[in-house]
Design a protein around this ligand. Structure first.
Ligand SMILES: [Zn+2]
Length: 481
């Protein structure tokens, strides 16, 4: 190899080295560009794109939810378009809350310069002026038990069939009843719309303002515990919060798989009000009357599931422990936590809770001492999960007095009033029965079940036509009481 060859080789080596450096720089630049592009797509473009489909409705839903719970009073600072602000206000107005709808729009920054917003407000004012105060003592109150989802299981000839046939309603019947009531102009109100409890313990009349043609009613559901005896009989298993944050039921299918859906009253009403917001007065829904002895909402929350105290464990609970040998204190705590979360979600969505007594007792039959012990158990085991209430919905409809107003001589009333109860509901087949006392409100409730529909279809004709909702799967005759 001579000197020229050596120089050539050296030049070639330098050139290759330079090419390598340039290639490295280009690769590095490409990498940087790709990385920047990825960051752009991930952090800027994707949220931007999904924001177009997702962010606005979410904000709208949040606004409506905030509006329902009274936390949003104006359209300012929400960042919503005029169209969306009107959608929120329309929702409030559709639930008869015209004042809030008006306040919401008039507080918007663009209100004074926007004819659209001003026109909307003028419309709410006109509708509001047309509203009339509904006579409170003519408000009907209807109640149900847990809905029968699978009639072939509830009406299968076993020992519980007769009871289900008498006091329960099938899901298709319930849907038919609610749709009929909606078409007739019925609107769900709260017992707390009907009266106001003052700080000195007195109870005064509330005010329910509705457009002509609308009729308020109270909806309640008793014994939403999904008791052990109902297992396998075609009822929902429990109430849960699904992946969208909605309260739904679980239902155990024949193959053991668990379905999620509207298998009982609460989620059915939630779905119906989503589609027909004007079925609900200012976002208020029904009131759920709970016992405590087998837990609440399908959760085994009672202390007996923790202590397993032999003298208090029933045969059903014994069976439950046998089939759930791993049900320990931690499992019980999870039941309590889950039930609490469901109750919170329900309350945020317009539901209320009432005492149905802890042990499903008839107060006067059991005596005052038993009522005291029972009330304490309700507070310890039910109020601790679903929160306090001032409503008692008597089990068996067994009231603590006759039709005459309670007096302080009535030791049951004195005691329960002292325990914070102001509203007392019994069962009464008349169209409405409402009584206001200085320190209480009472209301009768109508059972819309197999017994009532079969024997007294005329007594529910103001609400629905039995022939058009009757579930053909129901055996007849319905057994007599
Ligand atoms: Zn009951």
């Amino acid at each position: 190899m001579d000197e020229r060859d050596l120089k050539l080789l050296q030049r070639q080596a330098r050139r290759r080295k330079n090419e390598l450096i340039i290639k490295c720089i280009i690769s590095l630049l490409v990498l940087i560009v790709v990385a920047l592009a990825l960051i752009l797509i991930k952090d800027v473009l994707i949220p931007e794109l999904s924001g177009k489909n997702k962010k606005k409705p979410q904000t709208l839903a949040e606004e409506i939810l905030a509006a329902r719970s009274g936390q949003s009073q104006n359209g300012q600072g929400s960042g919503l378009s005029e169209k969306d602000m009107i959608a929120v206000a329309d929702y409030m107005a559709s639930q008869y809350d015209y004042d809030r709808a008006i306040a919401y729009l008039t507080a918007a920054e663009s209100y004074t310069s926007s004819q659209t917003l001003q026109n909307a407000v003028a419309g709410y004012r006109t509708t509001k002026e047309s509203c009339v105060a509904y006579p409170l003592d003519q408000i009907t109150h209807v109640f149900f038990h847990t809905m029968i989802w699978d009639t072939s299981k509830a009406f299968d000839g076993d020992e519980d069939e007769g009871g289900y046939n008498q006091v329960m309603t099938t899901m298709s019947e319930f849907a038919g009843i609610m749709k009929s009531m909606y078409e007739k102009g019925y609107v769900m109100v709260s017992l707390h719309d009907m009266c106001t409890v003052n700080s000195d313990g007195t109870v005064s009349r509330g005010e329910i303002m509705l457009p002509p043609g609308k009729t308020p009613f109270v909806l309640s559901q008793d014994d939403v515990s999904y008791y052990h005896y109902m297992d396998g009989d075609g009822f929902a298993q429990k109430l849960i919060i699904d992946e969208n944050g909605d309260v739904k039921n679980t239902y155990v299918e024949d193959d053991g798989s668990v379905s999620v859906g509207d298998y009982d009253l609460v989620p059915w009403i939630d779905t119906f009000v989503d589609e027909h917001p004007d079925f609900s007065y200012r976002g208020h829904k029904g009131i759920i009357a709970l016992t405590g002895y087998e837990g609440v909402l399908g959760y085994r929350t009672d202390e007996v599931y923790r202590t397993k105290e032999a003298s208090r464990v029933t045969k059903y609970q014994q069976k439950f422990f046998e089939s759930h040998p791993d049900f320990d204190e931690a499992a019980w705590q999870k039941e309590v936590d889950d039930a609490r979360a469901v109750a919170e979600a329900m309350k945020a969505d317009g539901w209320e809770f009432a005492s149905h007594t802890w042990g499903h007792i008839s107060p006067q039959d059991k005596g005052l001492d038993a009522v005291m012990q029972d009330t304490q158990r309700w507070k310890d085991n039910v109020a601790s999960v679903v929160g306090d209430t001032d409503v008692i919905i008597f089990a068996f409809g067994a009231d603590i007095g006759d039709w005459e107003p309670y007096t302080d001589d009535n030791e049951y009333f004195s005691y329960l009033k002292g325990q914070g109860f102001n509203i007392f509901c019994n069962v009464d087949s008349s169209q409405y029965w409402v009584q206001f006392g200085d320190r209480f409100m009472r209301q009768g409730r109508r059972n819309l079940d197999g017994y009532r529909m079969y024997y007294n279809p005329d007594m529910v004709s103001d609400l629905f036509d039995v022939n058009s909702v009757w579930d053909a799967a129901r055996p007849t005759p319905v057994p007599e009481m």
